[in-house]
Design a protein around this ligand. Structure first.
Ligand SMILES: [Zn+2]
Length: 100
């Protein structure tokens, strides 16, 4: 496409802008799909050994425990909740580490 008049140039510019916006929308959709795929692949999987995590409840706190390597996973603010607790929550959580 080679513009010969100002009007042609304007039409070409509009077409290129439209194509660029379409490409950007496609890239955005692909990034969102990849994010969903990664979440499905890793959701509730141990970051160290890949085993399915099991959820255990300790009062207000849910701890995700790996039955294979006995790693613990805490969600945001759960460590603060455990440390601030005066009901032996910390001790209860630490027992998970010593289970066989
Ligand atoms: Zn593990």
């Amino acid at each position: 496409m080679k513009p010969s008049t100002i009007e042609d140039h304007h039409i070409l510019e509009q077409e290129l802008t439209r194509r660029l916006q379409k490409l950007e929308a496609e890239q955005h959709a692909m990034a969102a799909a990849e994010k969903r795929r990664q979440k499905e692949l890793h959701w509730m999987r141990c970051p160290k050994c890949g085993h399915q995590l099991a959820t255990e409840h300790y009062g207000a706190v849910e701890i995700d425990v790996c039955p294979s390597c006995r790693g613990l996973w805490l969600d945001a603010n759960e460590l603060e909740t455990i440390l601030a607790s005066e009901t032996g929550l910390f001790r209860a959580c630490v027992k998970v580490l010593h289970r066989k």
